[in-house]
Design a protein around this ligand. Structure first.
Ligand code: SF4
Length: 117
């Protein structure tokens, strides 16, 4: 998938998509290769299928497509959180006590339980 085409497909700003893709790349969930598209620099974005599938299975989702992976990962509160760099165990921002992350995980568990009945 060409990075510059993603914002229109999932109706998010280019800036947010770029920020999310940077994080996904750092997490090893995608790989990006520089390319030219419509005479502009952009990237070819490919999922690291093995890692993405493992992560999605752990949270109760099946891997379907790169678009679905991006949509799913964008919903994880930490991906868009401005405190990501300052959030750590025992810190002022601590994942163990984060209401946003707690609510996200609770919803995932509830959905997983509903789907597995
Ligand atoms: S755990 Fe909460 S505060 Fe920390 S990065 Fe995630 S959403 Fe932000």
């Amino acid at each position: 998938m060409i990075q510059s085409t993603i914002p229109g497909k999932i109706k998010l700003s280019s800036k947010l998509v770029s920020k999310v893709l940077n994080k996904l790349e750092k997490m090893g969930l995608i790989e990006r290769t520089p390319t030219m598209y419509n005479k502009r620099k952009t990237y070819i974005v490919k999922p690291n299928v093995e890692t993405a599938t493992k992560v999605l299975r752990e949270i109760g989702e099946d891997f379907i497509s790169l678009e679905d992976v991006i949509k799913e990962i964008i919903n994880i509160p930490c991906v868009k959180c401005p405190q990501t760099e300052r959030c750590y165990e025992g810190g002022f921002y601590d994942p163990a006590f984060c209401p946003l992350l707690g609510e996200y995980i609770e919803n995932k568990i509830n959905n997983y339980n509903k789907n597995s009945q």
